[in-house]
Design a protein around this ligand. Structure first.
Ligand SMILES: Nc1ncnc2c1ncn2[C@@H]1O[C@H](COP(=O)(O)OP(=O)(O)O)[C@@H](O)[C@H]1O
Ligand SMILES: [Mg+2]
Length: 274
């Protein structure tokens, strides 16, 4: 039994749009998993099956063996923290502190424990100075950090992030990647994120599932999945930039390699060993 098991699951919207078909996947505790697919592939729909915002119209979805249905939702939602793509869908309180307190108070946490949990979450995302500010007056990247803090404060076992780097500037992306990796490493939180940004995937995922037109077309370790260049290109994605450069150098006989580097770090090692 995995942490999240999805078996032959499908989802059809009420207008007849068949957004997910025959999805099979199993996510283990502590893994870092990317759901990689172009716009409209079904990533956001899939994520809503994890915590019961949507119910699969066929097949089964379980979290630690509990089927995702009404009676299990409180328990499942306490395990799975969901960070939406657009922080404006998540933030609705008048201060950053209240935003983070909200979920904790629903869990009946109060007094010193509440203060400590808020302080901890703000420290993790480096937003201690912002606690009295209105979330609506923050920049896009700051809003994302507050949304993440409000979810982290509840100490979920799994962090699900829909397009976490969308609308962030380059520094924001690199800070978020470091932050998510340290959360996974230091607290053992399982990371599941959806993206079409191929360059971030090798920096943030051990496992990748390629989603196209509602179906998983390929799944495996990050290295395995990026070996299948044809499938990646066929579903309107591309290789990471550095892999594409290496591919051209190999094609022109300038550099031989067994496997394409996927990150700048891997490319640097490859050049240094020449
Ligand atoms: N509320 C909805 N009603 C009908 N169709 C929807 C709805 N939400 C999404 N879809 C359709 O489902 C498919 C998958 O959408 P989505 O899960 O948002 O993809 P992604 O997150 O990968 O961009 C798309 O074809 C989209 O048009
Ligand atoms: Mg989406």
């Amino acid at each position: 039994m995995g942490l999240i098991d999805i078996s032959e699951a499908g989802y059809t919207y009420s207008d007849g749009c068949s957004a997910l078909k025959n999805i099979n996947l199993s996510i283990e505790k502590g893994e870092r998993v990317a759901i990689l697919g172009p716009n409209g592939a079904g990533k956001s729909t899939l994520f809503q099956l994890f915590n019961g915002l949507l119910q699969a119209t066929s097949g089964s979805v379980t979290v630690q063996g509990l089927s995702v249905c009404k009676e299990h939702l409180p328990e499942i939602r306490s395990k799975i923290g969901m960070v939406f793509q657009d922080p404006d869908d998540q933030l609705f309180n008048s201060t950053v502190r209240q935003e983070i307190a909200y979920g904790l108070m629903n869990m009946r946490i109060s007094g010193k424990a509440l203060d400590e949990a808020i302080a901890w979450a703000l420290r993790v995302v480096d937003m201690q100075e912002y606690s009295a500010k209105s979330p609506h007056n923050l920049s896009g990247g700051e809003k994302k950090r507050v949304a993440l803090a409000s979810v982290l404060a509840m100490r979920p076992e799994v962090l699900v992030l829909d397009e976490p780097t969308a609308a962030l500037d380059p520094r924001g992306v690199s800070n978020l990647i470091s932050l998510l990796n340290s959360i996974n490493r230091d607290q053992g939180i399982t990371l599941i994120f959806a993206t079409h940004d191929v360059d971030i995937v090798p920096l943030l995922a051990d496992k990748v599932y390629l989603l196209s037109k509602g179906e998983i077309v390929l799944g495996g370790s990050t290295a395995e999945v990026f070996k299948d260049k044809e499938v990646i290109r066929k579903i309107d994605l591309r290789l990471p930039r550095v892999a594409h450069l290496a591919e051209l150098l190999a094609r022109d006989g300038i550099l031989n390699m067994d496997a394409l580097p996927l990150t700048i770090g891997q490319a640097k090692n490859l050049f240094q060993t020449r």
